[in-house]
Design a binder for this molecule. Structure first.
Ligand SMILES: *Cc1c(COP(=O)(O)O)cnc(C)c1O
Length: 378
């Protein structure tokens, strides 16, 4: 039963909040099972860039141990996880802010630097949380047209205005899988004024092929306005626990900590993340599975004569030809659902001709390719 809509109340919410378009998450397996009366076990979800291998065995053990202590509040300072991160990245605890997912860290950056009258710069087709975090603060979002679906770094640097407080950069980017070489990012950083925060979101960093890997953390010494954001949701397989972190100058970390909820990351997430960080065997296995899966998808797309955006992430974004001038992303998404395969429509990213497909296990990837062949009538 719904009471009468409290319109007088809702109108009191700032117009910049009311005009935000809600985030559209990947469809949960249980929801599709209910809607189409399917067996959940038969459904393949390749929609949210999760790790198909689940979580690392080391993280699982840490979780089992941690359950005994759940009546206690978490360590708001995230000491153990920070110690592990310091060892891994050769930074000091003062450089680290831990978040309830890296989305939390992105939000904290917006809370600390954005307000009505300020602006943030990001790319067209970039991760949806950048506009969300920007608009929720009443700041203006400046979306810079993409170049072949990737970030146009020169245009982004040129778009910085005197009221710009943050530039968001996703490298690799989601949902396109595009990558800006590190030399270009370095030149970009050198061009950005020191009073503008550059948020470099590297959620897919661990999936980069060896030849593209680079220690971006060392840039922190040269660029005090740089914030590097990483997550445990992707290769580490902890998306459901919500934990990520940012590396930044201690003075910037201090600002973020002022707007951070004191207990923003729960006990289980902290323990699992600290354990997962050093499970190199699991990371390597996940990495290899992903390289194989990307090749499988690319071969499958070529066989079906489908164009795709070259990806260095754990997903491939595939293009579908228009039919009578109409984009087909949404149509094919719906048809795949009926086959029990969930992928991600990206019309909300101004890409109505594309679908983003997360790399799964070999068997899951096959299920997708077979279903796709069928719905395309090939
Ligand atoms: C998946 C993703 C994240 C991770 O968000 P969490 O809140 O850590 O789960 C961050 N940035 C990008 C670009 C992503 O695609």
């Amino acid at each position: 039963m719904a009471a009468m809509e409290p319109r007088d109340l809702c109108e009191q919410s700032p117009s910049y909040v009311r005009s935000i378009a809600p985030y559209q998450p990947g469809k949960p397996i249980a929801e599709l099972a209910r809607e189409y009366n399917l067996d959940p076990a038969s459904i393949v979800k390749l929609a949210s860039n999760e790790n198909p291998l689940g979580l690392s065995p080391a993280a699982k053990l840490a979780l089992q141990r941690e359950i005994a202590d759940l009546a206690r509040y978490p360590d708001g300072g995230a000491f153990d996880l920070k110690v592990a991160l310091c060892r891994r990245y050769r930074v000091a605890q003062e450089n680290i802010v831990v978040g309830n997912g890296s989305n939390d860290v992105l939000e904290l950056a917006a809370a600390a630097f954005l307000a009505p009258g300020a602006s943030a710069v990001y790319s067209q087709h970039a991760f949806a949380v950048y506009p969300l975090a920007t608009l929720a603060r009443g700041a203006k979002g400046i979306a810079v047209p993409a170049k072949q679906f990737g970030h146009d770094l020169d245009a982004m640097a040129a778009a910085v205005r005197t009221d710009t407080r943050i530039v968001f950069l996703a490298n690799p980017n989601n949902p396109t899988g595009t990558f800006a070489p590190h030399a270009e990012v370095e030149r970009f950083l050198a061009k950005i004024p020191r009073n503008v925060l550059v948020v470099l979101d590297e959620a897919y960093n661990e999936y980069l092929p060896e030849a593209l890997r680079f220690d971006t953390v060392k840039w922190l010494e040269r660029f005090p306005n740089l914030m590097i954001v990483r997550t445990f949701s992707k290769v580490y397989g902890l998306a459901g626990l919500r934990v990520g972190f940012g590396l930044m100058h201690p003075a910037v970390a201090d600002l973020l900590n002022r707007v951070r909820q004191p207990f923003n990351v729960n006990n289980l997430a902290l323990a699992a993340a600290a354990a997962a960080l050093h499970d190199d065997a699991f990371i390597e296995k996940s990495f290899k599975l992903n390289r194989d899966g990307l090749k499988q998808f690319e071969a499958g797309a070529r066989q079906l004569d489908l164009a795709f955006i070259s990806s260095v992430g754990n997903f491939l974004t595939i293009e579908f030809a228009r039919v009578q001038g109409k984009p087909q992303g949404g149509v094919i998404f719906e048809k795949l659902l009926r086959e029990g395969v969930i992928v991600r429509p990206v019309a909300g990213y101004e890409m109505p001709d594309h679908l983003r497909v997360t790399v799964g296990t070999g068997v899951e990837n096959d299920r997708f390719l077979v279903a796709l062949t069928k719905v395309l009538g090939r």
